[in-house]
Design a protein around this ligand. Sequence first.
Ligand code: MLT
Length: 209
Amino acid sequence: MNEMHAGFHVHHQPGSDSSASPLLLLHGTGGDEHDLMAFGRRIAPGSSLLGVRGRLLEGSLTRWFRRHGEGLFDLADMAERATELAVFVSSAGQHFGWSRAPIAVGYSNGANIAAGLLMRHPGTLSGAILMRAMNGLSSEPGLDLAGTPVLLLSGRHDPLAPETSRAVLVAALKQAGAVVTEAVTASGHGLEAGDAHAAQGWLASLRRA
Ligand code: MLT
């Protein structure tokens, strides 16, 4: 169902399995709340799904935070918008009756804001699938992500999210205690079939743990 919630356009699909973690779906630049719905349903058949639309417009393109150029993030804006999104997630959890914090599934710009949530608002997410993510907001001293599972899905030929940038992100997540799983495929910045397969397997392994 399409609706506005707490100032964000959202698309919500209830889940059939109340024991499955809800998924918070965060699109890439130029996307919207519908983009990752099919992906989410494929990787988590029983989960409640919430697709959300970024509120920033860069020209006609939706985004989650400002940038000065490709890969040059406005970190002050990113921090502010991560805070807004954290407030939204808490309100959405009550509105949609979630019994636990969601797992974020973010692609590109959506993965970067999801990483920002982990860095600045631990507890907002119970885990994250970060697809084609890069380094953005740094962690703050004392950040505690102990045991938080994070799956990083990257493309070996991704010109936008190079290994050097991802490595900084992974190091910060691990330093804070997150349990990081990395998979690098022979892809570029775009998603491919292997991403859904890896994400589905990772979610299933969390449920078995
Ligand atoms: C994008 O085009 O979305 C970038 O590669 C990622 C970002 O700006 O966050």
